[in-house]
Ligand binder design. Structure first.
Ligand code: PMP
Length: 406
């Protein structure tokens, strides 16, 4: 029987375990830098003003109902999501080469893509993940039976991209391998390739016939500009790849628990592309139906309203700048506090890294110490969610860092 001996006890999810430990801590000094969710300057969740507005408009609609969505999701949501992430001028859209599905946020998109690759790859595929990467990538690909390898990404010494290591591993990947890339605001390191480095990565992947699996959970969070943050995606499409893109609206709309996201499959240009995209969409529909039947509606309704209304869209861009701007301010404040304390080590990476996270360089024992002694919660790898810092706690956090590194 499963309950008797077959099913072993699994470890608690480290991130959600960290959240529980933070909640339990009764200290009034406690600082939560664990989960990647935006917080305002009072450490409170922030409902974007534009989301409040769209939500109200939806509630005021007398025709609102709670019927099922189609299997592929709300068409007005998926088409707007597609334009946003591929770029409105994308050849993939103009040439009708993209199939788009609404998913259970970014996680659901990664899962749908992984499931499709597991089912339709000619040979057992291998996916290459950056080292380190979002921990859930490992579980998702593992669960569908795809082999996992890693490529070097973060150089612990320089606290920058290990570009040579990354490129040489990608170069040596067998033809047909899947390379998972974070197009912007890399989780957990906050370190992204430059435009020129993206060009080199794409060129090597083209030469080696590798499949780009692009997981984009932070569009608008890296630079504050939606059209800058999808640069890598646009570049890969311009290079004529067949590829897939996973899109999350959790962070950029603050719709974490609503689970709004999308999965896009782009086929390569060619005379059979119309037929190819139709076939792929038909199989994705079967996978989607058997996994979730049809996606959740409410978050997508909110995002769709904003994405399809030019006035609301402009207000959203303003909200994005508010979030990314506050994060950038906190990076500067943290660096300046550490400089003031003359904390041993170099801290330039705090301001050069981008997006939601910073890889501080604290080691596992320093992370344990900062939690025990100072009530500061961060993941074991030394990653902090920058949005957990604010003008009230940044100096306290810098002092705590100073204490554990001395
Ligand atoms: N991919 C990456 C790299 C992420 O960081 C995240 C969010 N932590 C996701 C996907 C998906 O998140 P969600 O399912 O909440 O959209």
């Amino acid at each position: 029987r499963f309950g008797q001996d077959v099913c072993p006890q699994a470890a608690e999810d480290p991130l959600f375990g960290l959240m529980a430990a933070y909640k339990k801590d009764t200290s009034d000094k406690k600082v939560d830098l664990g989960i990647g969710a935006y917080r305002d300057n009072n450490a409170k969740p922030w409902v974007l003003p534009v989301v409040k507005k769209a939500d109200q408009q939806i509630r005021d609609d007398p025709n609102l109902n709670h019927e099922y969505l189609p299997i592929a999701g709300m068409p007005e949501f998926t088409s707007a999501a597609q334009k946003l992430i591929l770029g409105p001028e994308s050849p993939a859209i103009k040439e009708s080469r993209a199939a788009s599905f609404q998913t259970v946020s970014g996680t659901g998109a990664v899962h749908l893509g992984a499931l499709f690759l597991a089912k339709f790859s000619k040979q057992q595929p291998t996916v290459y993940l950056s080292s380190p990467t979002w921990a859930n990538h490992n579980q998702i690909f593992n669960n569908v039976g795809i082999n996992i390898k890693t490529y070097p990404y973060f150089d612990k010494k320089t606290k920058m991209l290990d570009f040579d290591g990354m490129l040489s591993t990608i170069k040596s990947a067998p033809n047909g391998s899947v390379i998972l890339l974070h197009p912007c605001a890399h989780n957990p390191t906050g370190v992204d390739p430059t435009k020129d480095q993206w060009h080199q990565i794409a060129a090597v992947m083209k030469e080696r016939d590798l499949f780009p699996f692009l997981d984009c959970a932070y569009q608008g969070f890296a630079t504050g500009s939606l059209s800058q943050d999808n640069y890598a995606i646009r570049h890969f499409i311009e290079q004529g790849f067949e590829l897939c893109v996973c899109q999350s609206f959790a962070k950029n709309f603050g719709l974490y628990g609503q689970r709004a996201g999308a999965f896009h499959w782009v086929v390569a240009p060619g005379s059979d592309s119309a037929d190819a995209v139709k076939r792929i969409a038909s199989q994705l529909a079967i996978l989607q139906r058997s996994e979730i039947s049809n996606p959740p509606a409410y978050g997508a309704r909110i995002a769709s309203k904003v994405l399809n209304d030019p006035q609301l869209f402009a207000e959203w861009e303003e909200d994005l700048r508010t979030m990314s701007g506050r994060i950038i301010e906190m990076r500067k404040a943290l660096k300046s506090e550490l400089d003031k304390l003359e904390t041993p080590g170099t801290w330039d990476h705090i301001t050069s890294q981008i997006g939601m996270f910073s890889f501080t360089g604290l080691n596992e024992s320093q992370v344990a110490q900062i939690q025990d002694k100072h009530h500061v919660y961060m993941t074991k790898n030394g990653r902090i969610s920058m949005a957990g810092l604010n003008t009230n706690n940044v100096a306290y956090f810098a002092k705590a860092v100073d204490d554990v590194v001395r």
